[in-house]
Design a protein around this ligand. Structure first.
Ligand code: GLU
Length: 506
């Protein structure tokens, strides 16, 4: 079998959308599964849509996810360069070849002339194709002398592909099966622009050919372009090396119709980008999966199943499992609905199986970003007890901050309900007892506090909530005795002090 070589070919027109990440992932899995190569190619031929920083962003995102290209702009190698703007000369040669063989032609029409042609098409707006090309200004309608003269005069021109009439273009898609387009639906697309830059269609097929791409795995939005691509392969005489095509289903909005968009993320409060992205034109910062507190492994597992069905009940797949189990045949045809709750569930599962040290390491940057400096040993202890309580790494700050931040906000409802005569006296006696306790291990605290309640015939419900609120601010949280052990005697006593003064004041 031909060596498997696949590519992820994003255009640096903005941040990588989560759908793009899924495309990269499926390409990566397919390459690894087949001992093939995963390439990164930057398709930056559309200078008007080029966005500063987008290429760096794409690379950083792939890096965070561990989808490291075998070949790409930063790896070098004999397929270099991997950025299309650095390959400009290559494409011109191929565009010329198509003109020479009669499959493409020069077109000199001005934007106004093109608008006029479209308007004259009436409601359906005319296409530049077999029905209109004869009336336009191009090397098919003008004499050779005239064309040569115009070129010599420096009149700008583009190169267009000449789409044949009345043909059915058929190709096999590994997800959709046989797909056909009538050539009459296709327009004579521009393949080389006035500045000598190729358009996506030309650059894409030339590079897939030169880079020996065996399989093209990309989003569904490119399905209709494939008909043009198939013709281009034929016209170039490259039919035998044409890659196998796979078009991935759309990722749909969480509710309603249509594709998941950047706005959905902002509206519903979930990420649609892998990493944070500052949108200059809108002066808006979009947080990514990373900043929301997702682990890269969980993000990938979630995305793997968004459009691919393993055919079993299994949901948790390590990267190795995915490489083994992935198959193009099991990619679904219909759109896959984005579900953030499911993403969180995956994250929780991955947090649960992390080692304590790893979790502490993963939490560290979030703790620092929140402005805290927590020593490593404490962070590991907190990782152990907080692990079952986290869906996102960011939950840690909210749920565990009382361990390293003395500024507590107290649950006033509990105080109003329980900070009463008898309870106050009893809690104060308990504090006295704790003052005289040297052993602040959770086991010992458990014993003495339970004994205290029993020996004085008190109810747990009157004492423990007050203790908990005084020490942590809220009623929920990890085991009280463990919490006290971690806080340590000094902190526990000083927190009682501060809290009781506050309790008295309300
Ligand atoms: N540059 C295209 C994109 O941005 C790539 C499409 C393809 O993979 O052929 O998605």
């Amino acid at each position: 079998m031909k060596e498997v070589r696949v590519r992820f070919a994003p255009s640096p027109t903005g941040p990588l959308h989560i759908g793009g990440v899924r495309t990269a992932l499926y390409n990566y899995l397919f390459a690894k599964q087949n001992d093939g190569k995963f390439l990164l190619r930057i398709e930056d031929t559309d200078q008007l849509r080029y966005v500063e920083g987008a290429e760096e962003y794409i690379k950083k995102s792939l890096n965070w996810l561990g989808l490291i290209p075998d070949e790409g702009p930063d790896t070098g190698g004999n397929m270099d360069p991997h950025r299309q703007s650095d390959r400009k000369d290559i494409y011109i040669k191929y565009a010329d070849k198509l003109v020479e063989s009669g499959h493409a032609y020069y077109a000199f029409d001005t934007p106004e002339e093109l608008d006029k042609m479209r308007e004259e098409g009436g409601e359906s707006s005319a296409k530049y194709d077999h029905s209109t090309r004869e009336n336009m200004k191009n090397s098919l309608s003008l004499s050779t002398e005239k064309v040569e003269q115009m070129i010599a005069e420096g009149i700008p021109y583009v190169v267009r592909i000449k789409i044949p009439q009345n043909e059915v273009i058929t190709f096999n898609d590994l997800v959709r099966g046989e797909v056909s387009f009538s050539s009459n639906e296709l327009d004579d697309k521009v393949i080389l622009k006035t500045d000598g830059m190729p358009t996506y269609h030309l650059a894409n097929i030339v590079d897939d050919y030169l880079m020996k791409i065996s399989h093209v795995i990309r989003g569904e939005e490119w399905l209709s372009s494939t008909a043009h691509h198939v013709l281009l392969y034929r016209f170039m005489g490259w039919e035998d090396s044409m890659p196998q095509f796979t078009h991935l289903p759309l990722i749909l909005k969480p509710v309603g119709k249509g594709k998941l968009s950047k706005r959905d993320g902002a509206n519903f409060g979930f990420p649609v980008f892998p990493l944070e992205w500052y949108d200059k034109s809108e002066d808006e910062l979009f947080l990514g999966f990373k900043e929301f507190g997702f682990l890269p492994e969980a993000t990938l597992n979630f995305l793997a199943l968004l459009g691919w069905n393993p055919g079993t009940e299994q949901e948790i797949f390590s990267m190795d499992n995915l490489i083994e189990a992935f198959s193009i045949e099991k990619i679904v045809k219909s759109g896959a609905r984005f579900n953030i709750e499911k993403a969180k569930w995956f994250n929780q599962q991955y947090i649960l199986i992390m080692t304590d040290d790893k979790l502490a390491q993963a939490l560290k940057p979030f703790v620092e970003t929140a402005g805290y400096n927590v020593e490593s040993a404490l962070l590991v202890k907190l990782a152990v007890i907080m692990k079952p309580r986290l869906e996102l790494l960011t939950d840690f700050i909210e749920k565990a901050k009382f361990f390293f931040d003395d500024n507590l906000t107290y649950d006033e409802k509990t105080i109003r309900k329980k900070w009463k005569e008898d309870n106050i006296t009893n809690v104060n006696s308990l504090v006295e007892l704790l003052k005289n306790t040297e052993d602040f291990s959770k086991e010992n605290l458990n014993t003495i506090m339970h004994d205290f309640i029993q020996n004085n015939n008190l109810s747990f419900g009157n004492i423990f909530p007050l203790v908990r609120v005084a020490l942590t601010g809220t009623l929920s949280g990890p085991d009280l005795f463990e919490t006290m052990e971690i806080l340590g005697k000094n902190t526990v006593l000083s927190r009682f002090d501060v809290a009781f003064r506050y309790f008295d004041s309300i």
